[in-house]
Design a protein around this ligand. Sequence first.
Ligand code: T46
Length: 134
Amino acid sequence: MSLITLIDFSELGDERGQLVAIEGSRNIPFDILRVYYMTRLKRDLARGFHAHRQLQQIAICLHGSCRFVLDNGCSREEIVLERPAQGLLIGNMIWREMHDFSDDCVLMVLANEYYDEEDYIRSYSTFLEAVQHA
Ligand code: T46
């Protein structure tokens, strides 16, 4: 099964511009407790390099583009996000990396829990051990 799950949101645009609506537990599979976003990203400064024990998230590239790498400990896949009406579902126990941010990239992430550093696995070897013993 692919590691890449994309959600296409309805585009409610008209001659005035584009509008996309995201409703917790309606067009995404969880209630939203936290939203964060990243701007002024650098193409050669990759981010991520961690997994979450429990957290589920949806990443949406609102402007520009970036490349996500997802890894479940057995296989690794990548996807370029460049459409503001498309979300990438990132489940728990998935290693993620973000690369190749365009100069104008605005990356927004919706999360089903508040920030909790204890939920992060920031070592790849610890992540591999955890998935192998799950
Ligand atoms: C993820 C990817 C896609 C907070 O205090 N609150 C927050 O809600 C977040 C997300 C981060 N932080 C702090 C933790 C660090 O001191 O902000 C700093 C930067 O976070 P981090 O290095 O984890 O950022 P990324 O871009 O590597 O990862 C982020 C999310 O943390 C992570 O959950 O899945 O984006």
